[in-house]
Design a protein around this ligand. Structure first.
Ligand code: MG
Length: 256
């Protein structure tokens, strides 16, 4: 089932995507809900980020080939950082290039885990029960600032640096799905999630032993090899087998 959050006639709604249609639901995606008889065409609504995370917990260096790409040893435990909720945008929204501070902004296509219920000190074997589903995330990174700063907060935290979507797929087995990133239609990343160093359940368990995860929170599970830079005007697409495509355009910083 594909759960989407969308805007229709100025109102925020939730629905289930089936083919070209979106069927509005009644209730709470983290609890119980049911379909209504209100159906729209997907093309007639504006998709929003499928959830409103209180935090996006991201994992650094979680693919073997990506660690090799940066000549880093494999980590012994997951390396965590946070992206602020204000960085979150949805499918079709623009990534704003922060020219005022950075001159090297990269895409990082990643599998995102969406939390279903409050998770604190969860055992790996119980982790599945805390997951609503999966979506695509682009962990947009100001690579020059990541190198310059000791902390990742600035490099990873600009507004619009966390595109998420297009929806949450609830029926995915995350153990071996293909994840690809395209820049202007050219393939740049292409890996299977089986190349992860720490799998999804390990990550959820680990993070929950540091901080409580809330419904709608997102874990970005790390990017495979093939990261690279983007420039204004570029179209970036993260495509995950069984989920769909998250497409965003890079735009220059809006004048204020
Ligand atoms: Mg990343």
């Amino acid at each position: 089932m594909k759960l989407a959050r969308f805007l229709k006639n100025g109102l925020i709604k939730y629905g289930i995507v089936e083919g070209e249609d979106i069927i509005e639901i009644e209730g709470n995606i983290f609890g119980s809900f049911k379909k209504t008889s209100i159906i729209s065409k997907l093309k007639d609504v504006k998709l929003l980020a499928p959830c409103e995370p209180s935090k996006v917990v991201a994992i650094g260096l979680n693919y073997k080939a990506h660690a090799a790409e940066f000549s880093k040893p494999l980590p012994e435990e997951p390396m965590l950082f946070l992206k602020p909720s204000t960085a979150v945008i949805g499918h079709g929204d623009e990534i704003i290039y922060p020219h005022h501070m950075s001159h090297r902004v990269d895409y990082e296509g990643e599998l995102a885990v969406v939390i279903r219920k409050k998770a604190h000190m969860v055992k790996k074997e119980d982790a599945k029960d805390y997951i609503l589903g999966y979506t695509c995330i682009n962990d947009v990174t100001a690579r020059d600032l990541q190198g310059k700063d000791i902390q990742y907060t600035r490099a990873k935290g600009f507004d619009t640096f966390a595109p998420i979507g297009p929806w949450v797929e609830t029926d995915l087995n995350p153990e071996n799905v293909r994840i690809e990133t395209y820049l202007n239609g050219e393939k740049r990343q292409d890996t299977f999630t089986s190349d992860m160093i720490f799998d999804v359940y390990h990550l959820l368990s680990f993070v929950s032993c540091v901080m409580t995860l809330c419904p709608g929170d997102v874990i970005a599970t790390g990017t495979p090899s093939g990261v690279g830079k983007m420039k204004p005007g570029d179209i970036v697409e993260v495509r995950i087998e069984g989920i769909g495509r998250l497409i965003n355009r890079v735009s220059s910083l809006k004048e204020v």
